[in-house]
Design a protein around this ligand. Structure first.
Ligand code: GDP
Ligand code: MN
Ligand code: MN
Length: 240
């Protein structure tokens, strides 16, 4: 397996054609997995917002005091969220497309001015569109850097994907000693996203696109890395 960091991408603006840009810098082959930082996908989709455009409700103002943030920023998080899981000491929210993240993934770094940057509205839809524009049988994973419960430090996760199964199903496989596997689902898009995020860097590296070649992965099947609400035993306890 090889990993390639695509160098030479510009600062992305609304309307930029990311598929054309990466194709002009890298020769894609069938089977490649293209990982893109959600930041540049969001920029190309014009997900910038002015803080001034938000008019915080009383609830946003109250949460803003708990988390030490601008009430207008908190209102932006609430607007992007289906549910708030924690509103102290930081804001942990479920986005409308199912991802759970601090501040609903809204970024203020690598944006370039006073504006904020929302996540893409539906990252898997974005991934599918980008995949179709690549013109090869590739997979596309849209990543974001996230904190993890129970673990220190941030890591990359997949927030959207296309042309690859989110989960690899090991059911029916046997271990070294012939015992049937019990842990059956492996979150392969997250594993790939974590490696991509490591290669992208977090600061001014300017490398939001990474390609893996020679990975074996299931092209379809598996549903989602976003855990179904009715299967999640942690979420109801956070609500209490
Ligand atoms: P996130 O993990 O999706 O929130 O994105 P980050 O802000 O951590 O950025 C990931 C990588 O993309 C870093 O190497 C950034 O320097 C780079 N990056 C962010 N925005 C741009 C951009 O508009 N153009 C380029 N070339 N790189 C960018
Ligand atoms: Mn981010
Ligand atoms: Mn990052």
């Amino acid at each position: 397996m090889q990993g390639y960091v695509i160098r030479g991408l510009p600062i992305i603006k609304e309307g930029d054609d990311i598929a054309s840009l990466v194709k002009s810098l890298f020769n894609f082959q069938d089977g490649d997995v293209l990982c893109l930082a959600s930041t540049i996908v969001a920029k190309s989709e014009g997900r910038f917002r002015e803080l001034e455009s938000y008019h915080p409700t009383d609830r946003a103002a109250l949460i803003a005091r708990n988390v030490g943030k601008d009430p207008r920023f908190v209102q932006a998080v609430l607007d992007e969220s289906e549910e708030v899981l924690l509103d102290k000491p930081f804001l942990l929210a479920v986005t409308r497309f199912g991802h759970v993240g601090i501040n609903a993934g809204i970024d203020q770094s690598n944006v370039g001015d006073a504006r904020i940057l929302l996540l893409p509205e539906n990252p898997s839809t974005s991934a599918e569109r980008l995949r179709a524009s690549l013109g090869k049988e590739c997979a596309v994973i849209i990543t974001d850097t996230c904190g993890r419960p129970f673990r220190s430090g941030v890591a990359g996760v997949a927030i959207g994907w296309a042309g690859i199964a989110a989960l690899r199903d090991w059911r029916g496989e046997r271990d070294l000693h012939g015992k049937a596997l019990e842990i059956t689902l492996e979150a392969i898009v997250d594993e790939i996203a974590a490696m991509a995020n490591l290669l992208m860097g977090e600061a001014g590296d300017g490398t939001p696109a990474v390609v893996f070649r020679g990975l074996k992965y299931p092209r379809s099947g598996g549903d989602s890395v976003f855990m179904a609400k009715d299967k999640d035993v942690i979420r109801p306890r956070l609500r209490r």
